[in-house]
Ligand binder design. Structure first.
Ligand code: UT7
Length: 333
């Protein structure tokens, strides 16, 4: 069974909704200003999925359809779909199944994976294991969130950060030495108190009281999360370089979760790499939680060459964090 082939990303796609929520518009909603948001976070605007009855799957389906087209893949050949999200369409069934049905992936099994801002990297590793064992040939890994569905637009400490969007990658067995080389994942449940959505789960089901007390919104103690994020994202990006003997010159790009430009800067400083190697689109999309890394891969796909060394890094609610080392598998098409 073990074929020891690496899993390679063989295609990427991203999707963001049309509506642009600018810092200027946020100034009319809460007591904030463009200067504060830009200097503290690096964010200028974010996208919002508007319209009735539209869940995260709407964005994922658009991304997956584009991915199938770009990679010339028949949806019936897809073996597995993993959807990383903390804003699923429904509590159950899984959004991955809704997506599979919409795109015609009738032979795939699917499930959702929730690890907040680290969701996509956890899902990518999980998908890769299905390929590496030789069990499956085509796996789609999605990271998507409709953060606007759980944001309190009267809370200036959260509403300025988050946005909606996501993307998808196709994983296939690698034909050569390129592919997903290594990963380190970590979590610490003590982080719950700093970043969470309190109600709507089994501990505190929805009630009039939970709604009156605004307990269905994402809540964070920003400064505390910032402290953990800065050290852990930098440490684990550095750790994966060390154990794979990658010098800063060897790293082609840092693909970091886009939560705050200052966290990304701290990570790249720790890695000793220049700004030209740091992929950034936080100014346009804000923090899309599970969506940031596939959106980066999709926005910057045309820069990547076969054999490039990419370091992925994320930190998020849980706490959850980690890093992945990828040797990129294809040249720009
Ligand atoms: O993605 C998953 C994990 N999440 C993260 O990684 C986010 C990590 N945290 C952060 O990025 C930052 O903590 C924030 C961007 C959320 C906040 O930035 P900060 O520099 O940590 O600000 P702070 O919370 O320490 O607040 C500083 C001041 C406070 O005023 P006082 O008490 O000093 O007078 C806040 O009330 O800034 C005030 N403030 C604002 N002012 C204008 C907080 N939010 C705003 C705002 N506009 N939107």
């Amino acid at each position: 069974m073990m074929n020891l082939k690496k899993a390679a990303i063989t295609g990427v796609s991203g999707y963001v909704p049309d509506y642009v929520l600018t810092n200027t518009e946020l100034e009319t909603m809460v007591d904030t200003n463009d200067e504060w948001i830009t200097s503290r976070t690096g964010i200028k605007e974010r996208r919002i999925l508007k319209g009735e009855n539209k869940g995260s799957s709407v964005m994922a389906v658009a991304a997956v359809k584009e991915l199938l087209e770009k990679t010339n893949t028949n949806p019936e050949d897809i073996d597995l779909i993993i959807c990383a999200t903390i804003t699923p369409d429904l509590v159950f069934p899984a959004t991955a199944n809704i997506i599979a049905a919409e795109v015609g992936a009738i032979n795939a099994y699917g499930f959702d994976l929730g690890a907040a801002c680290s969701g996509f990297i956890y899902a990518l590793t999980t998908g890769a294991q299905h390929i590496e064992t030789g069990r499956y040939k085509k796996v789609i890994v999605i990271g998507v969130d409709k953060m606007s569905s759980i944001i309190d637009y009267t809370d200036r400490t959260t509403c300025i950060i988050f946005g909606d969007g996501g993307g998808a990658v196709l994983l296939e067995p690698s034909e050569d030495e390129n592919g997903i080389i290594d990963f380190i994942h970590k979590s610490d449940g003590k982080g719950e108190q700093y970043l969470n959505q309190q109600a709507g789960g089994s501990r505190l089901p929805a009630s009039h009281e939970t709604i009156d007390n605004k307990l269905h919104y994402a809540r964070q103690i920003g400064a505390a999360v910032f402290k953990f994020a800065v050290t852990n994202m930098a440490d684990y990006a550095a750790k994966i370089m060390e154990r794979n003997n990658l010098s800063s010159d060897d790293v082609s790009y840092l693909v970091a979760h886009q939560a705050n430009k200052r966290i990304i800067d701290a990570t790249s400083n720790r890695m000793g790499i220049g700004d030209e190697k740091v992929l950034m689109n936080i100014e346009r999309y804000g923090n899309t939680t599970s969506g940031t890394i596939p959106l980066l891969l999709s926005d910057f796909e045309s820069k990547f060459k076969k054999g490039d060394n990419l370091v992925l890094a994320a930190f998020g609610g849980g706490f959850t964090w980690g890093s992945i080392y990828i040797k990129w598998a294809y040249d720009p098409k």
